[in-house]
Design a protein around this ligand. Sequence first.
Ligand code: 5AD
Ligand code: SF4
Length: 473
Amino acid sequence: METDATIEDLDAPTGAPTNDRVAEGPKKVFVKTYGCQMNVYDSQRMSDALAADGYSSTEKIEDADLILLNTCHIREKAAEKVYSELGRLRQMKNERALQGREMLVGVTGCVAQAEGSEILRRAPAVDLVVGPQTYHRLPDVVKKARSGRRIVETEYAIEDKFEHLPQPKRAELARRGVTAFLTVQEGCDKFCTFCVVPYTRGSEVSRSVSQIVSEAERLAEAGVREVTLLGQNVNAWHGEGPDGTEWGLGRLLFRLAEIPGIARLRYTTSHPRDMDDDLIAAHRDLRVLMPYLHLPVQSGSDRILKAMNRQHKAADYLRLLDRIRQARPDIALSGDFIVGFPGESDADFEDTMRLVEEVQYASAYSFKYSPRPGTPGAEMSDHVPEDIKDDRLQKLQALLTRQQNEFAASLVGKTFETLIEKPGRKAGQVVGRSPWLQPVIVDESAGKIGDIVSVRITRLGTNSLYGEAVQGH
Ligand code: 5AD
Ligand code: SF4
């Protein structure tokens, strides 16, 4: 094993050439993100941790000395993509070796957690494997890997990783734009029978009110206008408020709404069982809480919901939506669906189609059931044949796409507030974001990035809306 002294030597200040190395610029890291928004957030925090250790981020893989794949394990396809990418990286690493250039490859995220050292066995290019609970140890792991060791770090840490992850510099936050993610909760104790999350992200952990508030304040000071609170089961978040009482997500949203500069709040992803009265009240009373809710139901069949261990019936979900819509009539709904869960009959699938007809979603994600090793679903009998899954998925997606288009069409002629987010693809245009997350394309005279302007929608684009600024609305 290398001694620490050797590791320090390797990390000698850059720009100071040593005998056997040519002068080089600062080290660069390239992070490729797969999967959910929490992975997007995590990738940024990993970059922040490495920045504190002298690594700058690059968007060009050719320039990187360290390549991290921040992976997703939710469905089989997602995990397989990682292995094929690692095959490509092996070739790149071999070419680099011929040029005498260092290239380290790391796997982070949920595949790292689920597969651990199996990744080192299957993918010779990989130098380090780090699970989501130990990102604060990443700089240390990278140091060790640079000394030639292959490292797997997937133990759940006892210390709070968020306490140890460095905050990004204000300029870096500003560079990331006017919308930001903020993880408030991680892990899941619900154990839906199809889902790997409780195994890859561990049991539910909530960050403290003070940590969340100070991170949100930093974001606001750097010019962020819209914050999306993240958690695998975000509405299970709870913590002790400054008044000593137990807070739920609803109370937290009220507190965050007080931060000057924060003009929009969102949260994702929720479980129907954790939508409590306070949270529904937040939808009623908080104008900054956007009228858009991602509330997955997965299936419309009570039999399948039971087999999935969702712990509610289809009618409970519909009743809940009634209450939420009463509280916030302009709310738009989004959901997740799985077709072809073991035992799903034609009649069960029809129940799902009926539920979708009833709800009228503004957007939705739907997937074919993918058995995940180690989950109860994978062990069930009566798996649905692939061609039937294909057929059901196609039917469901056709319906959901129709609803999504109808929702977008219903906005033509309407006026609403739009957050100007970035320059458009065409000169003279800027892209904003509607309260319901659609891109809204307007003339750049409408406002500058970070402004919230009233926009009247004039026509539909393919995946966007076109509009014009309305003065004095
Ligand atoms: N197969 C298919 N889809 C899944 N999801 C989670 N696990 C699986 C699986 N094994 C879907 C669910 C979840 C979304 C993030 O991914 O719909 O809400
Ligand atoms: Fe997975 Fe269910 Fe937990 Fe969501 S609630 S992360 S689907 S186990």
